[in-house]
Design a protein. Structure first.
Lengths: 107, 393, 467
């Protein structure tokens, strides 16, 4: 496990008990906690890379975490270009990874 | 003619420089800023015949359409693989009407163009939708222009400049022309810029919408006005738009004298996967501020052509100033009021496409060779321009 | 009555809203998030409070007081989920926003034409490129903070924090408090240049004693968690197949050039790197504000920008941290509300903490020699995947001195982040390649008339009535 959500029982800041939330990412069910961003849920489920770049098909995930780098783009319920780090996950969100090859496969 | 000064290092100036340099003329290009950074950098890269009514501008455009493929191949050969790709693509243009009146006007217009040598294929709605499956099916008429092409304007301009350099041209950037240098007989034999004196047998003004300013500094007036245009750029998406697609209002907007905001839809994809959305025309001097009203209208009209764009994002908007002539024709030729002064400007929104042909015409005229076709219509001495000209200052 | 629109609800914006109210103006406070606090006071969602939230923050009780005051004040309208995408500059600027989820669709459009505007849009990390920085698992330091504070997520279990500036310390502390093992914190600047930046006329630092306490707190945290704080060393490469698995670090000389023979490889599962900050200038530039030579928004002693009626506060005017942001915000709100008279206490705080900000820059600023750690294949523009090698070869082939032209011929800065991450870096590298101090076409990567992406359908929708 790389990225890890600190279990609320171990958390020194004593947060209130979390409500579970489940989303699907490319059809796979991922569990998280209400209030998490889509990016946070994906990271905590052992996927550091969840987008492929257009020119060189390289994996990307979260980089800046605050919505300025646009690396973490995902498709949510069919709508593209959603910054996963800015969007709080809702139970049942259907997320798919985003990848646009260049027209005619040029790089 | 052994030497020439070209004022303006945009695509038209670059084309003039290359054409002259290839004929052995010693060329100095002077730009008040960096090369390829003015109107050229705001261009969409349209190489069109579809938007031009029969007449001298269309004639120029037909020559241009025929010569671009050879030119891009020549430049690629000359400059090698290190040089970025000009992205020249003969993708064709699809003009559609969305009203009954619009469709009558479009089909009539296309018939006239056909008579002037343009390939303009009337398509059924079904055929139009085969070319562009995501097009709004509620179109009333469609005409396909296979000769319309696309290029990356800045790369094209830089390629022409690089080629000009290889043929001995010198590019002087960040130098503003401050005055004329006149010979004994009153002819223009150079300019001063940045405290330096530049001498040559002739001076070509190719400064786009700033040509009026430059001409004034050199002693003549020129009725070139800036006409603002704005382009929206979407984020990258799946390739769903395959040609240049415009609504038939485009022609009316180009040919209008109205200073107020005119918008008409122009939509196309780029090689990088984004979609460019235009277009707007507005006379606001050189006010470069971005106005949301303009962006809103451009967006709304684009959705009439391609409703699927509604859920896609605009990530960038940029604007530029086209060089507008009051009689709607480019200005190419020697100034009858001041010997030694030549003009290559006033192309309005067609400058990218018409640049190489303009360069060739200028180079031919200046060196006493036969131009490829009749240049009288573009001359500063043409009748239609007379009411707008005063004399030498 | 004066109506003051405050854009950004971080420390500067909150302080501005409060003082504008105190001076008798109506306030509208816009923020893109659904929570107050900005980046500095980012916390668990309001509907999931933590009893000891204060452990993760500096000045938490100050935030709580500000937030409580503003949310209970009927004269302060707080609009969450407000994404300001454009401002129409004019004698009386119009601010355009879409209200809803970040990157939503069909969001409601609102426009505002207030008496005065306070821009408090903050800053974001500036991370210099290095080989492998585009691997998943490489984050900015800000990302580590945001995930740790916003959702109690640790980005990795074995983490290196690197870059420059005192911000690295609270990041390491947040990581440690979220369950990470922070292997080391590496400050690129060496001891002597740092002291040269911090120490001149050191007595001037005394009124900033609270800052000293804050720093002492971080260092104490470091000692407790046994996190080494290394000076003059940084990450010069990240390695891994599909995610980061290790980094190469090296000692740097005073110019940040890696010293050969000092390389060490450390196994990690996350790397958090920030070398500096870039202010978020889009809205300031859209409304016409002039910038200082350092490329921050220029303001006078009343925090007014070069545009009458437009004020700026916080990181937007210079990187100075929370205390400076609160002081500037307090002054900006006061004068934006049309109040006159001076405010000696806030002005004193501003003077003290802006002195502090200058020392941070002197001690921790980016040094010239960093491109030495780039290789030709290092990605410089992440969005468009432009490598250092191709950036330079295109610049050479075109001999261009123009940022506008080079962006279009290299594609660097044209991707969806619109140069937020790479812009200043690309400008620097291209100027060096052209052999000139600055590119000459007069444009910069800071200008973005579309300040945040907006859906075409939203743009095309008739504007809502003015607020």
């Amino acid at each position: 496990m790389v990225a890890r959500l600190l279990p609320f029982g171990e958390d020194p800041i004593r947060p209130a008990e979390p409500t579970p939330v489940t989303i699907t990412v490319d059809g796979e069910s991922l569990r998280g906690v209400a209030g998490q961003s889509i990016a946070g849920i994906i990271l905590a489920n052992e996927r550091l890379g969840f987008r492929r770049t257009s020119a060189h098909d390289k994996p990307r995930g979260v980089f800046c975490g605050i919505g300025v780098c646009f690396d973490c783009l995902v498709v949510v319920d069919g709508i593209e270009d959603v910054r996963a780090c800015q969007r709080r996950a809702k139970d049942g969100d259907a997320v798919t990874t985003q990848h646009h090859a260049l027209p005619r496969g040029e790089s | 003619m052994s030497s020439a000064i070209v004022i303006g290092a945009g695509i038209v100036g670059a084309a003039c420089a290359r054409s002259l340099a290839k004929l052995g003329v010693v060329v100095t290009v002077i730009d008040r800023s960096a090369a390829a950074s003015g109107t050229t950098a705001a261009g969409e890269g349209n190489l069109l015949v579809s938007d031009k009514a029969p007449g001298p501008e269309l004639r120029m455009a037909l020559h241009a359409a025929a010569s671009w493929p050879r030119l891009t191949a020549e430049l690629a050969d000359e400059l090698g693989p290190e040089f970025p790709h000009t992205e020249y693509e003969q993708k064709g243009g699809l003009v559609v009407a969305t009203t009954v009146v619009g469709s009558e006007q479009l089909l009539k217009f296309a018939a006239g163009q056909r008579g002037a040598g343009v390939q303009a294929d009337e398509l059924s709605s079904a055929d139009a939708l085969r070319l562009e499956p995501d097009l709004n099916p509620a179109i009333t008429a469609a005409v396909y222009y296979p000769q319309d092409s696309q290029i990356q304007p800045v790369i094209a301009a830089e390629a022409l400049l690089a080629s000009a350099r290889r043929h001995g041209a010198r590019i002087v950037q960040n130098a503003t022309v401050t005055g004329p240098v006149l010979g004994q007989d009153g002819a223009l034999v150079g300019v001063t810029a940045n405290g330096e004196t530049f001498r040559a047998d002739a001076v070509v003004v190719a400064a786009g919408p700033w040509s009026g300013e430059v001409a004034q500094v050199l002693g003549v007036d020129l009725p070139v006005l800036p006409r603002r245009g704005v382009v929206l750029v979407t984020s990258r998406m799946r390739h769903r738009i395959f040609h240049k697609v415009y609504d038939a209002d485009y022609v009316g907007a180009v040919g209008s004298d109205d200073a107020a905001l005119q918008t008409s839809s122009v939509v196309e994809s780029t090689a990088s996967g984004t979609v460019l959305i235009g277009s707007s025309r507005q006379q606001v001097g050189f006010d470069a501020s971005m106005r949301t009203e303009v962006m809103e209208q451009i967006a709304a009209k684009a959705l009439r052509l391609f409703p699927f764009l509604a859920d896609h994002q605009v990530m960038r908007a940029y604007g530029g100033f086209r060089p507008f002539m009051p009689d709607h024709l480019p200005l190419v030729g020697e100034d009858h009021r001041l010997r030694g002064l030549w003009h290559a400007t006033g192309h309005e929104g067609a400058g990218i496409g018409l640049a190489p042909v303009t360069g060739n015409l200028i180079a031919a005229m200046m060196t006493g060779a036969e131009p490829e076709f009749d240049v009288a219509p573009y001359s500063p001495a043409r009748e239609s321009l007379a009411p707008y000209l005063r004399g030498v200052a | 009555m004066n109506q003051v629109l405050v854009i950004g609800a971080g420390p500067a914006g909150l302080a501005a809203a409060r003082s504008a109210r105190a001076a008798g103006a109506e306030v509208i406070l816009l923020d893109a998030s659904d929570s107050l606090g900005g980046q500095f006071w980012r916390h668990l969602p309001d509907n999931r409070p933590a009893r000891k939230e204060r452990l993760l923050h500096h000045g938490w009780s100050r935030f709580q007081a500000l937030a409580a005051e503003l949310t209970s004040d009927p004269g302060c309208e707080i609009i969450h989920g407000a994404h300001v995408w454009a401002i129409d500059a004019s004698e009386h600027p119009i601010v355009h926003a879409v209200i809803g989820e970040p990157d939503g669709r069909n969001r409601r459009r609102m426009s505002f034409q207030p008496t005065a505007i306070v821009l408090a849009t903050g800053a974001h990390d500036r991370t210099l490129p290095f080989p492998g920085w585009d691997l998943p698992g490489v984050f900015t330091a800000g990302a580590a903070q945001a995930l740790a504070k916003g959702e109690r997520l640790a980005v990795g279990q074995r983490v290196v924090v690197a870059g420059a500036g005192p911000f690295l310390l609270p990041v390491a502390q947040s990581l440690a408090a979220t369950g990470s093992r922070v292997v080391a914190v590496m400050e690129a600047n060496r001891a002597v240049p740092m002291l040269r930046g911090w120490l001149p006329r050191a007595w001037q630092l005394l009124p900033a004693a609270s800052k000293g306490m804050e720093l002492a707190g971080y260092l104490a945290g470091h000692l407790r968690h046994r996190i080494p704080y290394l000076l003059g060393r940084t990450v010069i490469a990240a390695h891994g197949a599909t995610v980061v698995e290790s980094v190469t670090t090296a000692k740097l000389d005073n110019d940040w050039v890696p010293i050969p023979g000092t390389e060490k490889i450390i196994a990690v599962d996350a790397v958090c790197v920030s070398h500096s900050f870039t202010p978020r200038l889009e809205l300031a530039l859209a409304v016409g504000c002039e910038l200082t030579a350092d490329r921050f928004v220029r303001v006078d002693r009343r925090q007014q920008t070069s545009i009458p009626g437009v004020f700026a506060a916080g990181e937007l005017t210079g990187i100075g941290g929370v205390d400076l942001a609160l002081a500037e915000g307090g002054l900006a709100g006061h004068y934006a509300a049309g109040a006159s008279g001076t405010n000696p206490s806030l002005e004193r705080k501003r003077a003290v903490f802006s002195g502090f900000a200058k020392r941070i820059e002197a001690a921790h600023g980016i040094r010239r020699g960093w491109p030495a750690w780039l290789s030709d294949s290092t990605i410089v523009c992440r969005c468009e995947e432009v490598s250092y090698g191709s950036l330079c070869s295109t610049a050479r082939a075109t001999a261009s001195q123009s940022l506008r032209s080079l962006k279009l011929s290299t594609r660097a800065g044209l991707g969806i982040c619109q140069g937020r991450v790479c812009g200043r870096t690309v400008e620097d590298l291209l100027a060096r390649e052209a052999g000139i101090p600055n590119l000459t076409d007069g444009t910069t990567s800071d200008r973005r008339p579309i300040a945040v992406p907006i859906r075409i359908g939203e743009l095309a929708a008739p504007p809502a009535d003015q607020h």
